[in-house]
Ligand binder design. Structure first.
Ligand SMILES: *[C@@H]1O[C@H](CO)[C@@H](O)[C@H](O)[C@H]1NC(C)=O
Ligand SMILES: *[C@@H]1O[C@H](CO)[C@@H](O)[C@H](O)[C@H]1NC(C)=O
Ligand SMILES: *[C@@H]1O[C@H](CO)[C@@H](O)[C@H](O)[C@H]1NC(C)=O
Ligand SMILES: *[C@@H]1O[C@H](CO)[C@@H](O)[C@H](O)[C@H]1NC(C)=O
Ligand SMILES: *[C@@H]1O[C@H](CO)[C@@H](O)[C@H](O)[C@H]1NC(C)=O
Ligand SMILES: *[C@@H]1O[C@H](CO)[C@@H](O)[C@H](O)[C@H]1NC(C)=O
Length: 910
C-alpha cells in the first residue's frame, strides 16, 4: 500500500539502501534503490536466503573464504574451519556462558584474544595466527557479502551503485550494549560507510506488518490495537508487544510496548535434541561408551542429519537416518519418530510460550492475551508444528496473523526502518514509530544511583544530570538492567579551577547522557559549570535537554537544547573508559582489521580476475585451433606447410602451458598471451580473406575506380553539410541574429563528441587518399604488378578497404549529428524570431502610449518650442529601442534562452 510513497521518496532522495536480517542460521537482505523497490538480494545461487557462515581454508599459500550456501559439504568435511551459528556469540566475552556453550556445541575452536579484554577469536586451525579472526571480523566478512551482491544487482544502475553504502541491520531486542557495539563495528568493517542503524527484530516485523496491512479510509479510526510479534529463530525466541493506532489524519502509529525473550531457546535446541537421539542410537549400535569418543567429523555429519530430520518431522511422522561409513567405516541406519522428538522436547514446551507471558507482564497497558488482537509469527522455527500448535492453543487460531512472510518480514521491516532513519522526513501520512528501551539504564556515581533512562524510555534522547559539587576524583559506572558494562574515570578535574564563576556560586559537575536510536546508552559529555541555582547544592536534580529527534537540524537543536537565559559557562572534561568484561574494539584494532579484510578482499578480486583471464586465454586457444581446422584448405593456399605446423605447435604448447605450468604466472603475463593469440588469429583471418577477394590486376583497377568514387562522394557530403550551415547563417544574419554564438552553443549541446568525429573524418579522408595513391601506383605499372607477391598486393588492398570502413562509420555518425544540429538551430531561430516579434509589439504598445502622452502634453503646452522638444524625445526613444534589439540578437537573450534549452534537455534525459 505504501509502496507508492516509498518509491516516490527514493526516486529523489536515495542512492541504495541495504537492510539485513542476520540470523543464527540464515540471513536475508533487501535492497532498496531507484528501480529496485524492496527486492530480496539473491545469493549467487539465486536463493532468497543464505546460510550465515564462512568457511576458511588455505589454497596454494593463501587464505580462501567460502560463504553461506556455497560452503556446501565443506563444513561437514572440515568442521573446525567452518564458522556458523555465531550470532549467539555477538557481544559475548571470553568468560561468559555463551562463549563456553558455543565452544562445546560448535565445532570451531575459540581462543582468547590476548590483546583485548574479554575478546574471543576463532582458531581456524590453519596454522597461522593472523588467520584467527575476531567475531567482528567474521561478522563483517558475511555482512560485506550483502553489499557485494547489492552492487552486483546494481551493475546497470551506476548512480545508485556509487552510493550503495547505506545499511540497516536487525538485532535481537535483548542484544546487550557490547553486542550492539559489536554489530556496529562489524558493519563498519564490512565497508558500509553510512550505518543508518540497528533495528530490533520485533520492531522490524511490526513495521513490515503495518506496511502490509490494507487499510480503507474507515479503518483509520484513531483506535489503538495491540499486536504481538512472536519470532522464533534458530538461536533465540522473542515476543514483542506493540500497539498500532491508525489515526484519521493518516498517521499509522507503531509504539513498541515491551518484549519478552529466551535468548537460549530456538530451533537449534530442537535440532540438538534430535542430534542427541541419533547419537544415543549410534553409540548403542556401535557399543561406544561416550560421545567424546566419536570423531568431530562424524558429529558434524550427525548434526547435519538432525537438521534435516527437524524439517522432515515438521511435516512427516518419522524420519529415516542413513549415514554411510559413519563410524569405523560402517554404515548406520535409524528411524526417528515425531513422538520421540516431541517427548524428548516436552520439557522445552514451557519455553515456547514463556516469552509471550513475559512480554505481557512487562507491559503497562496489556493485562492478558485477550487484549491482544493478533499474533504475528516470524522466524523459520515457527513452522515447526508443535511450536505452532502451542502458540495456537494459547492464543487461538483466529488470532494468528497471515499478514507477513515469516522468513522475510524482518529483512523488509529493517529496510523500511533504514529508509525512515535515512530520509528523516516527517510525513503527515505513513508509519510513525515510537521505539522504546526494554532495559533500565542506570549510573552509579559517588555511591549514589541514578536511573537515567528507565525501561520504556523513548529512544533517541539526550538528558543532562546535575551530579552536584565538583569532587577531587570522579568515577561514573554505567549499568544496563543492573549489570555494569562500562566505567568512566574523569581525568582532568583540575581544569575546574580554570572556570570563573560569579562570587558566592558553587561549581557543579553536569553529565550529559544519551540513549540513541541503536539503544546504546553512553555518557556524551561531562562538564564543570557554574551552579546558578545556588542553594540546591548536591541535590541531584534532573534537567532534561530537549529530545533530539533524528530529523531536527543538528546545529539548531543543540543550541536550543540549552536554555539561553541560564546558559552556563562550562568546561568539558576528558574521560577514560574501562570495561569490566569485554572491551570494544579500539580504533587502532579496527584500522588493523579493516586493512586485513581489505587485503583479503583485494586478493580475492585478483584471484577472480586471474581465473577469468585464464578462461579467456583457454577459450582463445581452442577458438584458433577450431578456426584452423575449419579453414585449413583456404589457409594452406597462402601458407607454407612449415609455417602452419609452427602455428599449430604454438597452440598446443600454449594449451599445455596453461594447464601445467602457468600457476606462478602473473595477470599481465596472461594478458600478453591473450594479445599474442589474438594477433595470430588476425593473421590467419587475413590469409583466409585473401582468398575471397579479387587481387588480380583487374580487381585492383576496380578498387582504384570505386575508391575514387567513394572519396568524391564523401567530399560531396562535406560540401552539402557546409552549404546547409551557410544557408542557416544567412537566415540568421538577415534577422540580425548572431549566428556564430548560436552555432557554437548548439555544437556544444548537440554535437557533443561530433566535432572530434568531423576532425577524424577529415584526417581519415586525407589518409585514405594517400592509400588510394598507392593503388593508383600499382595499376599504373602492370609489369611490376605481375611480379608482386600476392600478400603484398593484399596488404595494399586491406589498407584501403579498412579505411573505407572507418570513413563510412564517421560519415554515418556525422550525418546524424548534422540532422540534430539543423533541427536545433532552426528551433533556436524560431525562438529568437518569436522574441523579436514580441519585443516589437511591446515597443509598439509603448510607443503608442508615449504618443498619447505627448499629444496630451501638446494640448497642455501650446508653444511651438515645446512641440519641437517632444519630437526629439521620440527619436531618442527610437534609438534606444534599436540598440536594445541589437543586444537581443547577441548575448543577453541567448543566455536566458539557451538556459531554457539546457533544462529541457535535462528533463528529457531524466
Ligand atoms: C600468515 O599469514 C600472513 C598473511 O597472509 C602472512 O603474511 C604470513 O607470512 C603467514 N605466516 C606464516 C607463518 O605462514
Ligand atoms: C495525527 O493525529 C495524531 C493524534 O491526534 C497525532 O499524534 C499526530 O501527530 C498527527 N499527525 C500529524 C502529522 O499531524
Ligand atoms: C528523555 O529522557 C528523560 C529522562 O529519562 C525523560 O524525562 C524525558 O521525558 C525524555 N524525553 C523524551 C522526549 O522522551
Ligand atoms: C540548519 O539550520 C541552519 C539555520 O537555521 C542552516 O543554515 C543549516 O543549513 C541547517 N542545516 C541542515 C543540515 O539542515
Ligand atoms: C531553529 O532556530 C530558530 C531560531 O534560531 C527557530 O526559529 C526554529 O524554530 C528552530 N528550529 C527548530 C527545528 O528547532
Ligand atoms: C556580450 O558580448 C560581448 C561581445 O560579444 C562580450 O564582451 C560580453 O562579455 C558579453 N556579455 C555577456 C554577459 O556574455
Amino acid at each position: 500500500m505504501r509502496l507508492g510513497i516509498i518509491v516516490y521518496l527514493i526516486a529523489g532522495a536515495l542512492g541504495a539502501l541495504v537492510g539485513i536480517d542476520y540470523g543464527q542460521q540464515n540471513s536475508k537482505a533487501v535492497l532498496l534503490a531507484p528501480g529496485s523497490p524492496f527486492e530480496i538480494i539473491l545469493t549467487d545461487e539465486g536463493k532468497r536466503k543464505d546460510v550465515s557462515g564462512v568457511f576458511a581454508r588455505i589454497q596454494g599459500d593463501e587464505l580462501e573464504r567460502v560463504y553461506g550456501n556455497a560452503m556446501g559439504s565443506l563444513c561437514t568435511r572440515f568442521p573446525q574451519q567452518c564458522i556458523t551459528k555465531v550470532k549467539s556469540l555477538v557481544g559475548a566475552s571470553a568468560g561468559s556462558m555463551a562463549a563456553g556453550e558455543a565452544a562445546t556445541s560448535g565445532f570451531f575452536k575459540l581462543v582468547e584474544d590476548k590483546n583485548r579484554l574479554g575478546g574471543i577469536k576463532f582458531d581456524m586451525g590453519l596454522g597461522n595466527e593472523s588467520y584467527n579472526f575476531a567475531l567482528e571480523e567474521v561478522l563483517a566478512m558475511q555482512l560485506n557479502q550483502f553489499k557485494k551482491r547489492a552492487l552486483r544487482d546494481l551493475e546497470h544502475n551506476s548512480e545508485a551503485q556509487a552510493v550503495a553504502d547505506d545499511v540497516a541491520l536487525s538485532v535481537p531486542p535483548f542484544a546487550s550494549q557490547s553486542a550492539r557495539r559489536a554489530y556496529l563495528d562489524a558493519l563498519q568493517l564490512a565497508d558500509f560507510s553510512n550505518i543508518l542503524g540497528l533495528v530490533d527484530e520485533g520492531t522490524a516485523v511490526a513495521l513490515n506488518y503495518v506496511s502490509n496491512r490494507k487499510l480503507e479510509k474507515r479503518d483509520l479510526n484513531d483506535k489503538k490495537e495491540y499486536h504481538l510479534v512472536y519470532d522464533m529463530g534458530a538461536g533465540s525466541t522473542k515476543a514483542t508487544l506493540f500497539s498500532f493506532t491508525p489515526f484519521s489524519n493518516g498517521t499509522l502509529l507503531v509504539d513498541v510496548e515491551s518484549a519478552g525473550y529466551d535468548s537460549g531457546f530456538g530451533g537449534d535446541l530442537l535440532t540438538q535434541s534430535i542430534y542427541s537421539i541419533i547419537i544415543e542410537k549410534l553409540l548403542a549400535k556401535f557399543g561406544v561408551s561416550h560421545a567424546d569418543e566419536v570423531p568431530v567429523k562424524t558429529k558434524a555429519r550427525i548434526l547435519e542429519a538432525a537438521e534435516k530430520a527437524k524439517t522432515i518431522l515438521s511435516v512427516n511422522s518419522d524420519y529415516h537416518v542413513s549415514l554411510e561409513n559413519i563410524y569405523n567405516d560402517q554404515d548406520f541406519k535409524a528411524t526417528i519418530t515425531r513422538e520421540e522428538f516431541e517427548e524428548i522436547n516436552s520439557d522445552l514446551m514451557e519455553r515456547i510460550t514463556k516469552p509471550i507471558y513475559n512480554a505481557i507482564s512487562n507491559s503497562d497497558s496489556v493485562k492478558d492475551i485477550g487484549d491482544i488482537k493478533s499474533v504475528i509469527l516470524a522466524g523459520g522455527s515457527t513452522r515447526v508444528p508443535f511450536v505452532q500448535s502451542h502458540i495456537i492453543s494459547l492464543v487461538g487460531t483466529e488470532k494468528i496473523s497471515k499478514n507477513v512472510n515469516a522468513d522475510e518480514s524482518c529483512a523488509f521491516g529493517t529496510t523500511l526502518r533504514g529508509l525512515k532513519l535515512k530520509t528523516y522526513i516527517e510525513r503527515s501520512k505513513g508509519i510513525k514509530l515510537i521505539d522504546r528501551s526494554i532495559n533500565n539504564f542506570e549510573i552509579n556515581y559517588d555511591g549514589k544511583e541514578f536511573l537515567v533512562f528507565p525501561k520504556g524510555s523513548v529512544t533517541n534522547n539526550i538528558t543532562r544530570i546535575d551530579l552536584g559539587k565538583v569532587p577531587k576524583t570522579a568515577v561514573i559506572d554505567l549499568y544496563e538492567n543492573g549489570k555494569l558494562f562500562k566505567t568512566i574515570e574523569v581525568e582532568d578535574l583540575k581544569k575546574a579551577s580554570s572556570l570563573d564563576c560569579p562570587s558566592k556560586t558553587n561549581k557543579k559537575l553536569v553529565a550529559t547522557f544519551s540513549l540513541d536510536n541503536n539503544k546504546i546508552f553512553d555518557l556524551k559529555n561531562l562538564e564543570v559549570a557554574c551552579d546558578t541555582s545556588s542553594t540546591e547544592g548536591s541535590d541531584a536534580s534532573q534537567e532534561t535537554a530537549k529530545a533530539e529527534e533524528g530529523k531536527t537540524n543538528e546545529t539548531n537543536s543543540s543550541e536550543s537544547s540549552k536554555p539561553k537565559a541560564r546558559k552556563p559557562k562550562a568546561v568539558s572534561l576528558s574521560m577514560k573508559d574501562s570495561y569490566p568484561e569485554l572491551a570494544p574494539l579500539s580504533k587502532d584494532t579496527k584500522t588493523k582489521f579493516s586493512k586485513k579484510l581489505n587485503y583479503l578482499e583485494k586478493r580475492d578480486r585478483q584471484r577472480d580476475e586471474l581465473e577469468k583471464i585464464k578462461n579467456v586465454l583457454e577459450g582463445k586457444y581452442y577458438n584458433i585451433r577450431g578456426y584452423i581446422e575449419d579453414n585449413e584448405d583456404a589457409i594452406i593456399r597462402e601458407l607454407s606447410e612449415k609455417e602452419l605446423d609452427e602455428i599449430k605447435e604454438y597452440i598446443s604448447n600454449g594449451i599445455e602451458w596453461l594447464e601445467f605450468d602457468s600457476d606462478k604466472s602473473s595477470y599481465d603475463h596472461f594478458v600478453e598471451k591473450v594479445k599474442e593469440v589474438d594477433e595470430k588469429k588476425k593473421y590467419l583471418e587475413n590469409l583466409f580473406e585473401m582468398n575471397s577477394v579479387d587481387l588480380s590486376f583487374q580487381g585492383i583497377e576496380k578498387l582504384q575506380k570505386d575508391g575514387g568514387t567513394i572519396a568524391m562522394r564523401i567530399q560531396d557530403y562535406l560540401l552539402k553539410f557546409g552549404g546547409e550551415i551557410n544557408e542557416l547563417r544567412k537566415k540568421f544574419e538577415a534577422e540580425g541574429f548572431n549566428f556564430e554564438k548560436e552555432n557554437e552553443r548548439t555544437n556544444q549541446q548537440v554535437l557533443r563528441g561530433g566535432n572530434d568525429r568531423l576532425l577524424s573524418l577529415e584526417k581519415n579522408l586525407a589518409e585514405y587518399k594517400d592509400k588510394l595513391a598507392k593503388v593508383t601506383a600499382l595499376v599504373s605499372n602492370p609489369k611490376s604488378f605481375d611480379k608482386m607477391v600476392k600478400r603484398d598486393v593484399y596488404e595494399v588492398y586491406k589498407e584501403v578497404t579498412d579505411k573505407i570502413v572507418e570513413l563510412l562509420a564517421d560519415l554515418a555518425l556525422i550525418e546524424g549529428v548534422q540532422k540534430s544540429r539543423l533541427v536545433a538551430l532552426n528551433e533556436k531561430f524560431d525562438q529568437l524570431m518569436e522574441r523579436k516579434v514580441k519585443k516589437q509589439q511591446r515597443e509598439k504598445a509603448k510607443k503608442s502610449k508615449e504618443a498619447e502622452k505627448s499629444s496630451l502634453k501638446e494640448k497642455a503646452a501650446k508653444t511651438a518650442s515645446a512641440e519641437s522638444s517632444s519630437e526629439t524625445k521620440t527619436t531618442s526613444e527610437n534609438e534606444e529601442t534599436h540598440s536594445e534589439k541589437e543586444k537581443d540578437g547577441s548575448n543577453e537573450t541567448e543566455t536566458s534562452s539557451s538556459k531554457s534549452t539546457e533544462t529541457s534537455v535535462d528533463h528529457d534525459e531524466l
